[in-house]
Each structure stands twice: as structure tokens, then as C-alpha cells.
Design a protein around this ligand. Sequence first.
Ligand SMILES: Cc1cc2nc3c(=O)[nH]c(=O)nc-3n(C[C@H](O)[C@H](O)[C@H](O)COP(=O)(O)OP(=O)(O)OC[C@H]3O[C@@H](n4cnc5c(N)ncnc54)[C@H](O)[C@@H]3O)c2cc1C
Length: 600
Amino acid sequence: MKRNSQFKKNLSRRDFVRTAAAGMGAAAVTGLAAEQVRAQGRQPHWDKQADVVVVGAGATGLPAAIEATEHGASVILIDANFDIGGHAIVSGGNVALGGGTTQQKRYGVQDSPDLLFRDLTDWSVVEPNGFPDYRFNDREIIRTFADNSAPTYEWLVAHGVKFVEKAPDRQGGSATGNSAPREHHSAPMSWTLVQTGSPTDPSVAATSSSGVGLMRPLEVAARKAGVQVLLKHRMLSLVRQEPTSGRVLGIKVENEGKTLYIRARKGVILGTGGSSSNVNFRRIFDTRLTEEYEGVAGEPYSFQDASGELAAISIGASLWGAYNQAGEFGQRLAKAGRIGCQYRYANLEWQPGSALFHLARARGLRVADYQNVILVNQAGLRFYDETQGQWTGNIYNSVQPYTQGSYLNAANLKYHPANFLDAALAGTGEAVNGGGPIWAIFDSDAVKRERWTVEPPWVDIAAGYFFSAETLAGLATAIVNKHQRKPVPADALQNTVARYNSFVDGGKDLDFDKPSPKYKIQTAPFYAAFASPVIHDTRAGLRINSKCQVVDFSGNVISGLYCGGESAGGFSQHGLARCIVQGRIAGRNAAAEALESSRT
Ligand SMILES: Cc1cc2nc3c(=O)[nH]c(=O)nc-3n(C[C@H](O)[C@H](O)[C@H](O)COP(=O)(O)OP(=O)(O)OC[C@H]3O[C@@H](n4cnc5c(N)ncnc54)[C@H](O)[C@@H]3O)c2cc1C
């Protein structure tokens, strides 16, 4: 329970809503700070200063701050949130580090930096739906990752992270490379989980995996090293000498309604965590991802609001590797793992003990067997075989037979373009993007089979994510949700269910080939639970080089600006490993910059 009372004390509902709202508003970030500064003919009054200023205390920012400090720099680390951790603290803590970690060696796993590099740039590796995981990776970025991957494992251990003592495996990640098992799992130990408000059961505290076991030890290490951590400090913009030239001098920050300027004598590191929560920004990559695909994994703890990307673009930075965000692979989008609530990511269940539960509002119903529900779009129509999965990760041996590096692998592909997400996002023939909400429809027999409790805190009735009625027509009318553009047509829903029931009678789904449809939907009451897919990863962002320096549209380094993690582009891999490695690289290089003497 170590941090729980402090955690709750630090977080009032008002605090959180203000922090979150400011996050979404950061879409308005501009380069005005620098312009104002110039118009005034002077640099801003710097309220605080350090050699290195790190923005975001997540998987990128905490390692960056520690590394910069340990390389002799004074460091200020800011985070918009009320606590450190970002998505990383609610993550599964599965860390895909390879290239020959001591843990790989202990268990006889053969790996090397060259093998890791070859894997993550292997043109021939594709997912079952035909999309290539690594084909569009930037080789300069991957080379640095490969060379720094195993040392980063040792570095984490040296900074207090306890990894589960077992052979590295392939569980919990995607795009980790095929040649060797590389997932190491950070144990939660006795740290309090944000999502439950309690520590993990002591019997599995050293053998299960959680991001809290990664981020809390790093927080301890950062504070011990002397990093100055400023929470509830949101970066609004970057201050550069000239709008699109010269060094980055520092940042403009909002802290509880006050504006501050923080000077960075050596460099600013952006570890702001990506852009998936920002609807306008994510639609640059994928026009389909309109407002209704809400409840991004990791929310409502922290938001991927694109504030780092927007601040950097406004002073001239380039984006990079956009295909990695648009491609249909990995965990970028996930099938709803729980239904009837806003936050539906399978591996993040918000429980009533959490200090954030008033924001999450419901735990959601986990669907054990998709034979128990049908999924319909906002027009009340089915669109796919509900038992199908989602985009997968290219986990080890997913293409069979497979020869590393061989173009002949393509002969072994099964190409299934019409999967859940394409179908779900296809829309309903309207002249606008976005398919509207997706509803799981089921009856009271299904509730019994799944052993669900169809009331709060399991489902979110008050906010319009769960409905029930005695008839299907009544259910169609009852569905009112801010993303439902027009009412579900009652006759369409009744016809859909009647047709599906006839498939159960006939033993064959004539529309989508659901294998032997099992159960009719026939016993009142009837239910509708929000079941739209969940956006997860950001895999494209700012252009960086091998030193994690941000690069502009002309290919020139923006002096004094670094970035890593989900806000950086060029690297298609889910999650923590690339963030931690890039954070370390950025921290080390920023600390090595010459002090900028012209700054006042
Ligand atoms: C539920 C869940 C499970 C996951 N499980 C795994 C897993 O098992 N393995 C794996 O490899 N990956 C996993 N991931 C992914 C992994 O957590 C992320 O890829 C990783 O945390 C991203 O690191 P980051 O530093 O880019 O961003 P984050 O860790 O999200 O940190 C970004 C930080 O920046 C702050 N911030 C943003 N904007 C500003 C601003 N303008 N000013 C100040 N601060 C700002 C945020 O508040 C946040 O604290 C999971 C993610 C989720 C959501």
C-alpha cells in the first residue's frame, strides 16, 4: 500500500479533470512563445533552469532524466499529470530487450545486437494479414536500439527494477523480432497498482508482470540521483532562438493556471508519449479514426495528446515513418477486451479501489466467448464473424514455414484483409468517416452463460455505454450515446437478430461464416454494450537521428532538442523497450552538449 494514501491525497477530482482537460487542449500548442519572446526583444524571464529539461515522466522521460543526471547534468523533469509514470505505469511491464541480456544468457537464449538489428529490419517479416512489421523501420534508429538494448536491461536492473526470474519469452509484446525470445517481465513487487488501488497479491508479486514494477523503481532512482521532478507542469510550447532556426532554449509551461518559462542550458528532451488521444492528429495517419474510437488504452490515467509533436512541429520539426502508424499491424488498434464501458482495453481493468475510478466509471464485461454476443454497427447491422481476433503481433514463428531473410516467405502468407478492424471501421455508407459506435447485442441467457453482473460498477449505464430493454425494438430506441449519430433503426436490429437466429437453427452463418453459430438471442431482457475497438499505440512521430536529436524538414538537426518513445517516429515496435532505450540515449547525448553560453 506504500503510495496509495499519498496518491489519493495528491489527486482530487478537480485536479485530475483540470489536468486532463488541459491535456486535450494542448492541441492548440503553437510557437508563439518564441515569437513573443522576440517581439519583446529579449529572452523570457526564466523562472527555473537546468542543464537538461525532460518533458514527460514516463517510459522515455524517467530513463532520460536519470541518464542525463548520471552524466553530470542538472535535470528538471516535468509531467502534466499528478503523478509520474504515463502509460508505462499502467502497462503490462513486458519489456522486449534483446541482443544478449544476461537473463537471455542465463537461460541459454542465443541473441546478439546484429541478430536484433536483422530482425527489426527484416523486409520479409509480415503478419498473417500481409502487413509488414519492420519493412519501414529506419535502419539508423534500429541500429542504435540494437546496440543499446542489452545494456539497457543491465541498466534497469542496476536502477532497481526486478525482472521475473525465468527464461525470456514472447509474451506481451509485438514486433520484437522473430529469432530469439526477448520479453523480460518487470515484477510489481509491493508497489500499489494505479488501476486497482492495491498492491498485487503477494503470492505473485515477484512472478507476475506490471509496469508499476518498472516505473516506481525508476522514480526512486531519479529522485535519488537528484532529478528535480515537477508534477502538474504541462509544456505548452518550445522556445527557440528564431521561429525555425537556432537552438532550442527552453520551454513554456503551465502549472495550475500559472505560466512559467524553464530554461534548458543544454537541451530539452520530449518524452510526451505519442498522439493517439488527439483525434485531429491521429487522423493525419488514419482518416477512419474519428471521435467515436475513444477510450484510448492508458486513459484516463494519461493522454497521448500530441503536445510534444505539435510543439516541435511548430518550430520546424519533421514527422517520420508515417506508414508505421497507418499500417494495419500490431496492437495499434485492438478489439474491445471488455464491453459496456468507455475504457475497453483488455489488459487494463479499472477497479473501484482505484483513485481514478470516478473517471473510468466501470470495469466492463470481459467476453469469454464471442458466441454469446453479436456485434452490430450503429445501423443495427452485423459486419463480421465476432469470434475473429484483431490485428496480431508478428510474434515468433507466426509465418510457417519461415526462413529468416528469404523472399520466399511471401509464398506462405495467408492474406485476410477483411478482418475485424477493417469491418468495424468501414462505416455505414454515410458520407462521413467513422463507423459510429459498435454495440454487442445479447440476451439474458448469454448473461447467465458468461456469469456477468449487468449493473454498476461492471457496466456504465449513466454515461451511455450500456442499455437494456424487454424487447429488441425497445433496446434499439433505448440506445443513446454521444457518438450514435442517429437512432439504431428498430426494424434493422430485429431483422439482424432474426437472421442470426436462423443461422443458429441452420448451423451456418451465411453472412460472415462465424463458425457454427451457437446461441439464439431470444430471452428478455436484451442488452446493448459499447464494444468499439481501442486505439493503443502510437508508432509514428517526430523525426529523430541515432542520437535521438530531433530533425527538421530540411534534414537538419534542431540543436538542443531530443525526443524518444511513442512521440518519435521511424520504429515500428510496440511499447516500452524502444522508449526506455531512446530515453537513455537522449539523456546521455543531451548531457554531453556544450553549455549554450549565449543564453542569458
Ligand atoms: C494498458 C497498457 C498496457 C501496456 N503494456 C505494455 C507491455 O506490457 N509492454 C510494452 O512494451 N508496452 C506496453 N504498453 C505500451 C507502453 O506503456 C508505452 O509504449 C510506453 O509507456 C510509452 O512511453 P512514452 O515515454 O512514449 O510515453 P508515456 O509512458 O505515456 O509517458 C508520457 C508522459 O508524458 C506526459 N506528458 C504528455 N504531454 C505532456 C506535456 N505537454 N507536458 C508535460 N508532460 C506531458 C504524460 O503525462 C506521461 O506521463 C502498454 C500500454 C498500455 C496503455
